[in-house]
Design a binder for this molecule. Structure first.
Ligand SMILES: Nc1ncnc2c1ncn2[C@@H]1O[C@H](COP(=O)(O)OP(=O)(O)OP(=O)(O)O)[C@@H](O)[C@H]1O
Length: 665
């Protein structure tokens, strides 16, 4: 078999219960030494630990009379307040029922907006809002045990763009697979998924996204599926796994899903417009029309059912999916659908379509719902249920230890953000500002006290603004990933949060160190190593506090634009209340400086720079004490400890605030 044939296609696994008989491709890819070698097609080991193996704890998924509504708006705006008049709730799902057993693949079909995504999200236990009806997993409600055995692939792929395919799956394996497995076994499992999903060819390519060119949409989708397959889920739910893919790739994906189902899993997917080739792979279909079911049952009996209630396909009929989707839209073979019709004709047609939909919904209720209800209410024998593992899962809520989560998240974060942390632009910006300010304040002397104090104030403001603005984007950017991984119960928020903060530290601290080193000596500040080191420590301390403010604003607002606007206002206030520009702030607003971290930083910088016995030339032949200089006197220099404590309090409080805001995500 030519290498490419092996690599580019899905494995020809006949079923998880059967052994793979395809020839083994033994030749490894010649990969550069710095690149992790990609796994072979299907190696001996892969065959033994293939993710297409059997599910350990089969799940029977039942859902009964699911109804979900949203409050809609009339669109009429009040002139003064811009509020909208409330309208009665709109039903997105209306009495949807079904049952999917282990080994079955259910496809949910329906036109755009018919409620497929809402339904699959509800089945994954992630729909918040007014959902009524029941969803059960082996007769039990959704629980953390079920969550751990459920894989959910959303319509949009949420992946880190700068990680490679193999890195993405390896980090997921390290985080999601239980601690009973060794690190080596987890990595092997990730490699197996790469082989099983035919991703060998692109395993060292970056995922890409946004402005980064990476793997194709189909490959990205397979990576998303692979992330869920890694944990050998008993229940796999996928929202539009084939959207935007060519028919061959779509067929490969559905074929893999079928293989997974045959291994004893319960697989549910939504699909927009399947080809007849895809349609034949489904065991069951559920057809939705504006949130109401019009068919639920065996995929092979769909034509027979609609024929029995008087809806026959037209003479040019080929694909059952096209036929049922037309029906879900209220279009029958008799409808004049694509002709040019006037406005009256169009209204008539809408009425006609609505009456077709109503008739289909009534027929469903009359003919399909009673036997389905009976099937759903029946109790099925279960060999081994997810609930069997409940006690174990409840005592052992997380798959890995806190430390393991922290170290994997730290490494993954460093890898993903290495390009931005060490971005040439950021370094260039800091270097150029430091050299420019060094030149502007070139060898300033105590004699020019105002200039020198200005440089210290500039330190406090620049190193307040810069880290604050960088930190603002952290959580709004990470939000989709955090929601995805946290709703799968992969790690604790604390391990993620600390890994994120620690991961950002090196660059957050290296840049100001370079800056202060250049500007301090060029700017002619006190030529003492101790004073220099103290100045550096104060600036770094300020950076950490500013970063905390940025993280808190980003986490609370979860909108980078809003957070940036708010922080501009905040920094402007801190700039003005800092004590450099205005020395006599009116008493009623003077408290502002106490909430400004730049004020404390500036005060500390002045305190370490000057001593009480230092003088400057305050007039021709006149020498005054530096501490009597108006700009310094009003700072009320004295107790450095209070300033350090105030900053410590802010350092702690803002970070706690950010953490609490993330908990409410
Ligand atoms: N939170 C929400 N706010 C407003 N509208 C909503 C919300 N959730 C769902 N809807 C509406 O419910 C309907 C069903 O949405 P859903 O995304 O489930 O449809 P879909 O069948 O998956 O569509 P598509 O195939 O285009 O993805 C749509 O009209 C959508 O606008």
């Amino acid at each position: 078999m030519p290498p490419n044939e092996q690599e580019s296609s899905f494995p020809k696994t006949p079923g998880a219960n059967q052994s793979v008989t395809s020839p083994v491709q033994e030749t490894r890819f010649s990969s550069p030494s710095h690149v992790i070698p990609c796994p072979d097609g299907l190696s001996h080991q892969s065959r033994q630990s293939s993710v297409l193996r059997q599910s350990l704890r089969p799940i029977i998924l039942k859902f009964e009379e699911l109804t979900y509504s949203i409050a809609s708006q009339t669109g009429k705006r009040s002139y003064w307040f811009g509020s909208q008049e409330p309208k009665p709730n709109r039903f997105v799902l209306n009495g949807v029922s079904g049952i999917v057993k282990p080994g079955e693949l259910l496809a949910m079909l329906g036109p755009s907006g018919s409620g497929k995504t809402t339904l699959v999200t509800a089945l994954a236990g992630r729909l918040h809002g007014k959902l009524s009806g029941t969803v059960s997993y082996n007769e039990e409600p959704f629980s953390s045990a079920v969550k751990r055995k459920t894989g959910f692939v959303t319509q949009e792929d949420v992946l880190y763009p700068h990680l490679t395919v193999l890195e993405t799956l390896t980090y997921t394996a390290l985080l999601r697979l239980p601690k009973e497995l060794t690190r080596k076994e987890k990595i092997e499992q990730a490699e197996t998924v790469v082989s099983d999903l035919g991703l060998t060819r692109c395993c060292n390519s970056v995922i890409g996204g946004g402005l980064v060119r990476g793997i194709s949409g189909g490959e990205r989708k397979r990576v998303s599926i692979g992330q869920e397959m890694l944990v050998n889920p008993s229940l796999l739910l996928l929202d539009e796994p084939t959207s935007g893919l060519d028919s061959t790739t779509a067929a490969r994906i559905v074929s893999t899903l079928r293989t997974l189902a045959r291994g004893g899993r319960t697989v549910v997917m939504t699909i927009h417009q399947p080809s007849s080739r895809l349609y034949r792979m489904f065991d069951k279909v559920l057809v939705l029309s504006e949130g109401s079911p019009i068919y639920s049952g065996d995929s092979g009996r769909v034509m027979e059912y609609f024929g029995s209630i008087g809806f026959q396909p037209g003479s040019n009929f080929v694909n059952p999916a096209d036929f049922v989707l037309d029906l879900a839209n209220g279009i029958t073979s008799d409808t004049k659908q694509y002709d040019q019709v006037d406005i009256n004709g169009r209204l008539d047609r809408l009425e006609e379509q609505n009456s077709v939909k109503q008739s289909l919904i009534s027929s469903y209720k009359k003919h399909l719902y009673p036997p389905l209800k009976e099937e759903v209410s029946r109790t099925y024998p279960q060999d081994q249920t997810v609930n069997g593992s409940r006690a174990e899962s409840l005592t052992n809520r997380w798959p890995t230890s806190w430390w393991m989560q922290f170290s994997v998240l730290l490494k993954r974060g460093l890898k993903e953000r290495s390009h931005e942390s060490f971005s040439g632009l950021r370094i260039f910006m800091v270097m150029s500002v430091s050299i420019l300010s060094g030149l502007l304040w070139w060898h300033s002397r105590v004699a020019h006290i105002q200039d020198q104090v200005g440089l210290l104030f500039f330190f406090s403001i620049f190193w307040g603004f810069f880290p604050l603005f960088n930190a603002i984007f952290t959580f709004p950017q990470e939000r989709p990933m955090l929601i995805k991984e946290r709703s799968s119960g992969i790690y604790r928020l604390s391990s993620y949060y600390i890994a994120r903060i620690v991961g950002d530290l090196p660059m957050e601290l290296i840049l100001p160190t370079i800056f202060v080193t250049i500007t301090y000596w060029m700017g002619g500040l006190k030529p003492s190593l101790t004073t220099f080191l103290l100045t550096l420590m104060i600036v770094l301390y300020n950076v950490l506090v500013a970063q905390g403010v940025g993280l808190a604003l980003g986490a609370i607002l979860m909108d980078a634009k809003k957070a940036a606007t708010l922080s501009s206002v905040l920094m402007l206030v801190f700039l003005l209340a800092g004590g450099y520009y205005i020395q006599h702030i009116p008493g009623f607003i003077a408290w502002l400086k106490y909430i400004s971290f730049s004020h404390y930083c500036y005060k500390l910088l002045v305190e370490v720079q000057y001593t009480w016995d230092e003088v400057y030339e305050c007039g021709p032949g006149l020498h005054c004490s530096v501490m009597d200089y108006e700009g310094i006197k009003n700072l009320r220099i004295g107790n450095m400890m209070w300033d350090v404590l105030a900053l410590a309090l802010m350092l702690f409080l803002y970070r706690v605030l950010a953490y609490l805001a993330l908990r409410n995500l």
